[in-house]
Design a protein around this ligand. Structure first.
Ligand SMILES: *Cc1c(COP(=O)(O)O)cnc(C)c1O
Length: 412
């Protein structure tokens, strides 16, 4: 299932994308429920009987329907804000399967997380540990914690999505972690649960993950000598997907390697992109074709505000015609949007045969697509649709222009 051509037309599961665009308009995000479930099960099943929890990283795609599909099959969730916690709860997810990451949890967020009973706080600094302890004390509770350790390994990914080097803002170094565990161990309001690390995103080689794991296991051993026994190890997310035809990580082999090293310690993983990335596309329509002095531009109705990754990370998304049977002008097209920024592009230099009015799919747009979208240029955010087999349903209405300034008022 997922995205494939049937009789020259791109389909999501068994539904033609052309049909979706006629029903819901353009541009559009389309998700395959089948693919989302399949991708989560792949992680879950790879662990076999080893104790584990696969916590989907909500920030990759936080649509309630996506969260609900995952909650129903037993997923845990990795959240980075109070807003994401409320989304998970609204979608039927369980607080006791949520791990709470992020460098700057507010007092309000910590209070709410304690009230609903999250599984664990992933703590990123001494100050944050103090704050969590103070809040727990004030509400008469014990906060479950892990310390996020920065293993100082180079994930060899884009610098904006690399998080495991000491130059990044995330986590604490090994020595500080040892101190923080001592403090936490002695607090009546903190309960030491695990150890956490997350080294970056779109990592396509297993070596940095295993380097990080070795460093984390050495720390675990040191803690054990000090009488601090952790019950879980959270190895974060970051597993890369295929955007093109690059080599990426074999999930089963990665998880086998983890299991072979960790004894019977429970493992938590936080994959985001690997669950939803390939389970979604961004569909857009060619408005105008324009050839300027040797440059071929296809101006489409989608833009950087809808799909930021190309502009922000220079990311590559495959571009496919939604109807392969159409013929048009063959050229190496730059796909650009209507926004008044030179950086407003979705793809560059793609050999395609295009006519005005054609529909195109930007593939692998299910992760960090809609969630990074904005209203720049007063553009309403696009609709999101989920497909399952032969059925399809809108899971987020297209915004109206009135929605965009509903919270604004004149200065009287
Ligand atoms: C972003 C993030 C993830 C998910 O990363 P992916 O590359 O989407 O798998 C997991 N854990 C933490 C702490 C994150 O910040």
């Amino acid at each position: 299932m997922g995205f494939s051509y049937q009789k020259q037309i791109l389909h999501a599961d068994s539904v033609a994308i052309t049909e979706l665009m006629q029903a819901y308009g353009s541009p559009l995000y389309v998700y395959s429920r089948t693919d989302i479930e399949h991708n989560w099960h792949k992680f879950d099943q790879a662990f076999g009987t080893h104790p584990h929890l696969v916590c989907y990283a909500v920030k990759a795609n936080s649509n309630l329907a996506v969260l609900n599909v995952l909650a129903k099959i037993g997923a845990g969730f990795d959240i980075v804000s109070g807003g994401e916690l409320e989304r998970v709860l609204a979608a039927g997810g369980k607080a006791d399967k949520c791990v709470f990451s992020g460098v700057a949890k507010t007092t309000t967020e910590i209070t709410r997380a304690l009230e609903v009973g999250v599984r664990c706080f992933n703590v990123e600094s001494a100050s944050e540990l103090n704050r969590i302890e103070a809040v727990a004390k004030s509400v008469g509770k014990q906060a479950p914690i892990s310390i996020r350790v920065n293993p100082n390994v180079d994930a060899k990914t884009h610098p904006y999505i690399s998080t495991g080097l000491t130059e990044n803002k995330f986590g604490v170094d090994k020595n500080e972690a040892l101190d923080l565990y001592q403090i936490a161990q002695q607090s009546a309001h903190l309960s030491v649960q695990g150890l956490d690390c997350h080294i970056g995103s779109q990592i396509t080689d297993v070596a940095p993950f295993l380097d990080a794991l070795d460093k984390v296991l050495a720390l675990l051993k040191q803690l054990k000598h000090q009488g601090i026994n952790l019950t879980h190890l959270d190895l974060g997310g970051g597993i890369g997907i295929n955007y093109d035809d690059e080599q990426t990580i074999d999930i089963q082999a990665y998880i086998n390697a983890i299991i072979s090293k960790v004894g019977d310690t429970e493992i938590i993983l936080e994959p985001g992109r690997a669950i939803v990335g390939n389970a979604g596309i961004f569909a857009t329509k060619v408005e105008f074709l324009k050839q300027n002095t040797g440059h071929a531009f296809a101006i489409v109705d989608g833009a950087m505000n809808d799909l930021l990754r190309p502009s922000f990370y220079n990311a590559y998304h495959q571009v496919l015609p939604i109807n392969k049977a159409t013929t048009g002008t063959q050229a190496n097209w730059d796909l650009v949007g209507p926004i008044c920024e030179t950086g407003d592009f979705l793809a560059k230099n793609r050999p395609l045969s295009l006519s005005e009015g054609d529909y195109l799919a930007l593939m692998s747009a299910g992760a960090y697509g809609f969630t990074m979208s904005s209203n720049y240029n007063t553009r309403p955010r696009v609709a999101e649709v989920m497909v399952s087999g032969t059925t399809h349903q809108i899971v987020r209405k297209r915004e109206t222009v009135q929605d965009l300034f509903a919270n604004e008022s004149l200065f009287l």
